[in-house]
Design a protein around this ligand. Structure first.
Ligand code: NIG
Ligand code: FE
Length: 403
């Protein structure tokens, strides 16, 4: 298992191991450890050591550890894995949101407003904004976050976005193909050449993934294919903004190219659903976007019934979904998208981990990174049952108690 766990520096005293006991309800996402798809255990305990989970089981059988934390009967689950976010930007789009709530439609073109603000910001401002959002998410239980570029759209600005993002997360995504840069408004083919050439060369060292917004007003299927295959040739793995605002080729392209995820999946034909279900490409649903654009939600039930793997993420960005709350996304997915609370919690943890191809996060099992969320509630179901209520009692990231 590949892990990103922390270990004590040479010469420093080893971090103490911790026994977390008195867990009323434990979501392991490991069917070997508990019941149902969530691998649920009651009256459970977990031992973490050197940033890693080392033991999971009934509280009565737990081994000793250096320190002890009493969960007081509350629920413990894996930290949320937010596999889709756009966090390197400056400014906001309050006026655009306000206009939308007065009846205006959302379009991809709004991205250019944030591009102008982002280009005008200093490195320090962008870094501070990103740090603030990562912290904001952490305080709500998110211990892994993916971060895309896409508000620079020049070689220099895309590369700096990814360099800054890489200082905060290993899950960095090159999204030079977010929209055609304003300078190339009359030459979209020229912009695709830049994105697949010089810009890719500058960005690839800081990126793990390559993404494209395949949509009317952004990039068509042929352009998206060119972007993704160029990224693959540079060692990046694809993920796709697919079928968000309309039906289109994005999902089929994602599946054909073996993308880790097809994201949004709001407008799907039966063929799209079948393609996702028959593939390893995760369908990542982003209910914050439909909420904030007052659009119809994707039908999660249809995807789950077909056998597709579903992830839930925030899509946090200043245009279409300015929330960092995975709990909010869970509540909306349950209320509006046909998911059960168990399915939504699974999608926000194990589903996100699948979408990022990270076997070390999104579960609580020996060998997993010690990313843990303790709720001020007796059950994970409260994430949907008590919408809008802050339920974070404690968070550990790689074994470090963050709050
Ligand atoms: O995922 N769809 C493309 N990108 C973002 C929106 C970005 C913006 O409007 O600034 C999204 O919804
Ligand atoms: Fe997005």
């Amino acid at each position: 298992m590949s892990t990103h766990s922390t270990t004590a520096a040479p010469g420093s005293p080893a971090a103490p191991s911790t026994l977390i006991t008195g867990i009323g309800s434990l979501v392991t996402n490991d069917t070997a450890h508990g019941t149902g798809p969530l691998g649920l255990l009651t009256d459970a305990a977990v031992v973490i050591d050197a940033g890693t989970v080392v033991w999971v089981g009934p509280a009565g059988a737990a081994p000793a550890a250096d320190e002890r934390f009493d969960a007081g009967g509350r629920a413990l689950l894996p930290g949320f894995v937010d596999s889709h976010a756009h966090l390197v930007f400056a400014g906001d789009r309050t006026a655009e949101f306000n206009a939308r709530m007065s009846g205006q439609a959302y379009s991809a073109g709004g991205i250019r407003t944030t591009v102008a603000a982002t280009r005008a910001a200093t490195d320090a401002e962008l870094d501070a904004n990103l740090a603030r959002f990562v912290r904001e998410a952490l305080h709500q239980g998110t211990t892994t976050v993916e971060c895309k570029s896409g508000y620079g759209l020049t070689v220099k600005d895309e590369a700096r976005a990814l360099r800054i993002a890489a200082g905060h997360t290993p899950e960095t995504t090159y999204l030079g193909a977010h929209v055609v840069a304003p300078e190339f408004a009359d030459d979209p083919a020229g912009y695709v050449d830049l994105v697949t050439g010089e810009m890719l060369d500058a960005c690839a060292p800081f990126a793990r993934w390559v993404d494209v917004f395949c949509e009317n007003g952004a990039f068509d299927g042929d352009q998206a294919r060119a972007v993704l295959t160029a990224g693959v040739a540079r060692g990046l793995t694809p993920r796709v903004h697919a079928n968000q605002l309309s039906y289109g080729p994005g999902v089929q392209l994602a599946v054909e190219l073996g993308a880790a995820s097809a994201d949004h999946c709001t407008h799907l034909t039966d063929e799209d659903v079948a393609a996702l279900a028959g593939s390893a490409t995760v369908a990542t649903l982003l209910p914050g976007a439909e909420f904030s654009t007052r659009a119809a939600y994707p039908d999660a039930r249809r995807l789950l019934a077909a056998g597709a793997t579903v992830a839930l993420s925030t899509d946090c960005n200043p245009g279409s979904s300015f929330t960092s709350s995975m709990a909010f996304c869970i509540a909306v997915a349950v209320r509006e998208m046909g998911m059960t609370p168990d399915e939504a919690v699974h999608a926000a943890t194990a589903g996100g981990a699948r979408a990022l191809r990270r076997p070390d996060v999104g579960l609580i099992a020996p060998g997993a990174r010690a990313d843990l969320l303790l709720l001020d509630a007796p059950s994970h179901v409260h994430l949907a049952y008590r919408p809008g209520v802050p339920l974070t009692a404690a968070v550990w990231r790689a074994g470090v108690r963050e709050l």
